[in-house]
Design a protein around this ligand. Structure first.
Ligand code: ASP
Length: 340
């Protein structure tokens, strides 16, 4: 049984591992990343000259199994000189474009009234942030969130206003539509209409990401359709700064996935970053935040929350309420330890 310290050491990315990951991602290209840890590329690291140019090894960290293609896209951007913001945007876009779980992007399962409503947030470590919530018909909410950050004086736009802003920026807003499979599953759900706002294996799986670039800038991002069959208008933690995402230089960043209401009540990501500010390692910070979430939300058998944290040394923390939370660090898939 590895000690807590061993576990932390295991999850700390060494410089060599990270450089290997960058090279593998660049070789694989966006969307062709290894699908599992066992399939990971054995591509050699960059040349010594290239290593010399890197101020620090870039890192990409993301929730769930689809963190692998997200990280591949993010690391490809970082390898091409992109910033941490570019990387999280690219990673989130990859999953928005192709999410077989039907939990991110326009192909998602709808709310209980049959509408796919999407939430996203992006945050830079200097405090800039952009978020959109309850938007429909936008293929890449993460990019719309970035435009909110870069082109408006606001942090959060929701619903019709966010869609009007998208149109003004030249983004196509598609009419409401379900994919054939989402429509089939929704009609099946309608037979019983059992409204259960609890997280289970079928009804969620946000992609949340943290990236650290070679210049030492960190960014966080998140994009999701939230809970399947949620109430129309429901917004979770993912597009809320401090809840689903938070990053602050020179401390680090944290991201969440799981039952958003539990994270909203506690501002989970902010809790973890503030714990790191007070001296906790990323792993200790995740454990601290999850303990608070459990303390505030009652019976932990009723919900799942997974949390990831990253500091500027590239140290990673991962912890969840329940077993089963997977995350990707570069091209490696791992299973987070849990409170239960
Ligand atoms: N946190 C998301 C929400 O509650 C769901 C998820 O992480 O899968 O909207």
């Amino acid at each position: 049984m590895p000690s807590k310290r061993d576990k932390r050491a295991e999850m700390t990315l060494t410089r060599r591992q990270t450089l290997g990951v960058v090279a593998a991602a660049a070789a694989a290209g966006c969307g062709t990343a290894p699908r599992s840890a066992s399939e990971k590329s054995s591509a050699p690291g960059p040349s010594p000259a290239a290593v010399g140019r890197l101020a620090r090894p870039p890192v990409a960290l993301a929730t769930w199994d689809h963190g692998l293609p997200a990280n591949a896209a993010a690391l490809a951007r970082l390898g091409a000189g992109g910033t941490a913001l570019d990387a999280v945007e690219a990673g989130c876009r990859a999953v928005e474009a192709d999410c077989p779980d039907m939990t991110v992007g326009l192909g998602s399962r709808p709310d209980r009234d049959g509408f796919v409503t999407l939430d996203a947030a992006i945050m830079a470590d200097d405090g800039r942030a952009g978020c959109v919530a309850f938007v429909q018909g936008v293929a890449h909410p993460i990019s719309l969130a970035r435009l909110v950050m870069e082109k408006t004086p606001h942090v959060l736009l929701v619903g019709r206003g966010a869609e009007e802003f998208a149109r003004a920026e030249g983004i196509i807003v598609h009419p409401p539509r379900l994919t054939a499979e989402a429509d089939r599953q929704w009609r099946e759900w309608l037979r019983e209409r059992r409204y259960e706002p609890v997280i289970n294996i079928e009804n969620h799986d946000t992609i949340s990401m943290l990236a650290l670039d070679a210049q030492g800038r960190m960014a966080a991002g998140s994009t999701t359709s939230g809970l399947a069959y949620k109430m129309h208008g429901r917004v979770g933690d993912s597009p809320i700064v401090g809840a689903g995402v938070f990053v602050d230089a020179p401390v680090g960043g944290a991201i969440c996935t799981g039952l958003g209401e539990t994270v909203l009540r506690t501002l989970g990501a902010h809790l973890a970053v503030e714990a790191m500010r007070a001296g906790a390692t990323p792993q200790e910070a995740c454990e601290h935040a999850i303990a608070r979430i459990v303390a505030k939300n009652g019976d932990p058998s009723r919900y799942q929350v997974g949390m990831l944290a990253l500091d500027y040394e590239g140290r990673v923390g991962a912890f969840a309420v329940q077993p089963g939370f997977t995350y990707a660090l570069g091209a490696e898939l791992a299973r987070a330890p849990s409170a239960r």
